[in-house]
Design a protein around this ligand. Sequence first.
Ligand SMILES: Cc1ncc(COP(=O)(O)O)c(C=O)c1O
Length: 396
Amino acid sequence: MIEGMSVRKSRRGEVEPFYAMELMKFANIKSAEGADVISLCLGQPSDGAPAPVLEAAARALASGSALGYTDASGLLELREQIASHYLAYYGVEVDPERVQVTTGSSAGFTAVILAAFDAGDEVVMTRPGYPAYRNVLAAHGCHVIEIDCGPESGFQPTIEMLEALPVAPAGLVVASPSNPTGTIIAPEQLAAIAAWCEDHGTLLISDEIYHGISFGAPTASVLQSSQNHVAVGSFSKYYCMTGWRIGWLIVPDELARRVELLLGNLNLSTPTLSQIAAIEAFSAEAKPELDAHVAKYRRNRDLVLSRLPDLGVTGFVVPDGAFYVYPDVSHLTDDSLAWCLKVLDETAVTLTPGIDFAPVIAGRTSTTDGSRFIRISTAGASEEIEEAFDRLVAWV
Ligand SMILES: Cc1ncc(COP(=O)(O)O)c(C=O)c1O
């Protein structure tokens, strides 16, 4: 290379960090140095995949199969299982042709963004919302519009908020249960949002990856109201297969072939071992094991809510599902990133700063600013959460 010349870089590659991942990286360094780190920053189950999944994977490995590529959309048997799951769980018939198996739901998002939106298209998401939507949409040249969703609306969008948009967007992404707040959109509300989108030519991408982890409130699929929107699913959360990197999309008929072609070019196929094993995730034997984890997440949520007042926190919305609590800690800090880094450094507890989910916008202050929130993951062991709170309370 010519001396003094810098390596070519794209503007769209300048993505913001995903701070939960950054915190995990720092925590791993601290752990390698010998610190007794407790991680409450990552949204991943601390339990492994259920027994039938592990047994299927062991059988596949022992069979000596080459485990080569599969169809780009995934193994037909798995796609049929996913379709049957929609019939059993939501009462919705889904043609397996519309099911696209993806490398985690993350890869599904990339495929659907490419299939449905052009650079410059406006896509709306909630604030707070999952950071990768914002960062990946922006990397693909989409214009991301965040709508402020505070505690009054359970951190979820309302029709009034959509009506207040200056123009109907090309896309809307919602998540229920949500990350970071764990709140659920009521079935009739989701149906109303889907209808609004249909009337306005907006593609609704309904992130349903936390379905199964609800503490009582019903979790509706967008497919119960319309077949013209996209449902996103994953084996990472309820099914405890996070590192197996496998998820799925249910797309409208008109998008199925496009998504298939995109997936075939982007990833070729989803890891074959994970696909074979995931077929068993829907089995009757797996369910009691998985539901026991959900009972634990609920106990952990209650534990965290009961300990928050010890930190002086009084403002929080009770999560309906998922494994997060998203309290307002503005009495402790107005810079959640600096605070979380200090907490990690001085107590060896990792928390996620709210700016991951609602970055501060220059020249504007809002009660949804993530600088005043933190996300606490309740996916781990209850004893660790107790111990983390003991450390935090002593430190605060
Ligand atoms: C709301 C939401 N959507 C999507 C993802 C991506 O998950 P995966 O790629 O493991 O399916 C996550 C991960 O935490 C998430 O919280």
